[in-house]
Write a protein that binds this ligand. Structure first.
Ligand code: HEM
Length: 474
């Protein structure tokens, strides 16, 4: 990051929408489409611009080199925004995602270790059981001809997987009728999205119905999470060897607190359990849902994915071994292309911890900088014919295709020291579910007259993705 020169210009001199006095551009911003509005402005004002939310100036960059450097220079030069930390802290969900500095370093080791690839192979049989449950749920929906709310079903799947891997608990929301923790977690991200971007923290003074609704959900989440923590503590008391050889994240963090004197409080444990539940749920579920939406849109790609899975699985209805999930090159290309065009985190916000200079402008410390990560992957200079959905770009070399394929501009999981520690788990879930879906069902939109739209609720999800499944003849 360039050092600040005396001649550098102020943020106010950057291009950007004019906005209204005091209000700035608030009236032009719909938070559910925030990413699209910022991308449209980038088209108009260029790679570096500013806009105002109330009196506060926010800087927006879609310069790939700047974004890569910002990702890299953490936690010392950049942090996630203080607004995020405050909003998360008010929910008492402080964990790895919102931690900074030394606090972050301490927690990162523990989480990264728990989600590390070495744990995925022994975990696969449990993931297979959870996938069999999802398959049975979809078999039923296909037999009844009922409409499947894809994102909701997939969130049940991802919550079940995360709780099993990270806490050793089988909540089995897929086979549970009635209210489940996933429905409560659902309330958190939309409110977090609006609070993080709100010009004024109204909820500290006035609870709107949506805030009261969240308060009620938080009571239930807290009860469920505390019950899980208590279960694990009981399990460890009954088998003290787990303190020496913990088998998952929750056991490891409890053991670290109680045996090694590592500074973890009960609040850290609670916050990180919630963080993993939230970070692992919508992200993975929405990525799979976007991929299914592309399957519907491009039947030729669906047929190719299905042929690949059929050849691999023989008579089986889903992958039996983890190695099989790694032998699906077309499916891998397909979900990479999905994440390039429909990343569930299309933007990412940070603040510099000291004054910095960007492109001749002085950015004071504490200024929010929005990084448009989808936009850099949609630049023709980085990915040839970038607007086209073309899985083959991931299978052929640049020379074969005769156009650029710069994977350094593809950052759906972030990058640098804080890149997503759940990436490998997420990719395993994505591969397993997509293979299972291709193998067993034809899929179509339940209402083809309703367009599937992007909806930002902290993560970017497909709105109106209701589908019908038709079982393939065996
Ligand atoms: C397709 C699925 C997923 C996507 C696209 C995704 C994306 C991301 C992104 C963009 C970040 C920010 C990275 C950065 O700042 O450089 C992140 C952070 C994080 N993710 Fe994921 N994620 C996914 C799945 C998961 C899963 C399954 C888990 C765990 C169960 C998880 C846990 C986390 C955590 C704990 C962080 C914070 C890391 C830190 O601040 O050090 N994610 N993820």
């Amino acid at each position: 990051m360039a050092s600040v020169h005396e001649q550098s210009r102020a943020v106010a001199a950057m291009p950007g929408p004019r906005g209204l006095p005091l209000l700035g551009s608030i009236h032009e911003i719909d938070l559910k489409a925030f990413h699209q509005i910022l991308e449209d402005w980038a088209e108009q004002y260029g790679k570096l611009y500013r806009f105002h939310m109330g009196p506060r100036a926010i800087v927006v960059t879609s310069d790939a080199e700047t974004i890569k450097r910002m990702f890299r220079e953490r936690p010392d030069l950049f942090r996630r925004t203080r607004r995020l930390a405050n909003a998360v802290s008010e929910l008492r969900f402080n964990g790895l995602f919102s931690a900074e500095g030394e606090d972050w370093r301490r927690q990162r080791k523990m989480v990264a270790m728990a989600l590390n690839t070495a744990h995925l192979k022994p975990f696969f049989p449990k993931l297979r059981v959870t996938t069999e449950r999802l398959l049975a749920r979809w078999d039923r929906a296909a037999a009844e001809g009922s409409v499947v709310d894809l994102c909701r079903d997939l969130m049940r799947f991802t919550v079940d997987v995360t709780t099993q891997l990270a806490f050793g608990i089988d909540v089995n929301t897929i086979e549970t009728d009635g209210p489940v923790i996933q429905q409560k977690l659902d309330k958190v991200f939309p409110i977090l999205n609006s609070r993080v971007n709100a010009p004024f923290p109204y909820w500290r003074y006035l609870r709107l119905p949506k805030d009261r609704d969240l308060d009620r959900a938080l009571v239930d989440i807290e009860a469920k999470v505390n019950e899980m923590i208590a279960d694990v503590r009981r399990r460890m008391a009954a088998d003290p060897s787990l303190y020496q050889a913990p088998t998952n994240f929750l056991e490891a963090i409890i053991a670290a607190k109680e045996t090694e004197g590592v500074e973890f409080s009960d609040a850290d444990i609670f916050g990180n359990v919630c963080t993993l539940l939230l970070a692992g749920e919508d992200t993975t579920a929405n990525t799979i849902a976007w991929a299914v939406n592309y399957f519907i849109e491009y039947p030729q790609h669906f047929a190719r994915a299905r042929a690949e899975v059929d050849a691999l699985l023989g008579a089986a209805r889903l992958p039996q071994e983890i190695e099989q999930t790694a032998a699906l090159p077309f499916i891998e290309a397909f979900y990479n292309e999905t994440m390039r065009l429909k990343p569930v985190a299309p933007l990412n916000a940070m603040e510099p911890l000291e004054d910095i200079e960007l492109d001749g402008y002085r950015i004071p410390k504490g200024t929010i900088i929005m990084m448009l990560t989808r936009r850099i992957a949609m630049d023709d200079a980085r990915f040839g014919h970038a607007a086209e959905f073309d899985p083959d770009r991931w299978l052929k070399s640049e020379a074969e295709r005769g156009c650029p394929h710069d994977t350094t501009a593809f950052v759906p999981f972030g990058s640098g020291p804080r890149f997503c520690p759940g990436r490998n788990l997420a990719l395993l879930e994505i591969r397993t579910v997509l293979a299972t879906l291709c193998r067993n069902f034809d899929v179509s939109l339940a209402d083809s007259g309703r367009a599937v739209e992007e909806l930002l609720a902290f993560t970017m999800m497909p709105k109106n993705l209701q589908v019908r499944l038709k079982k393939r003849p065996s």
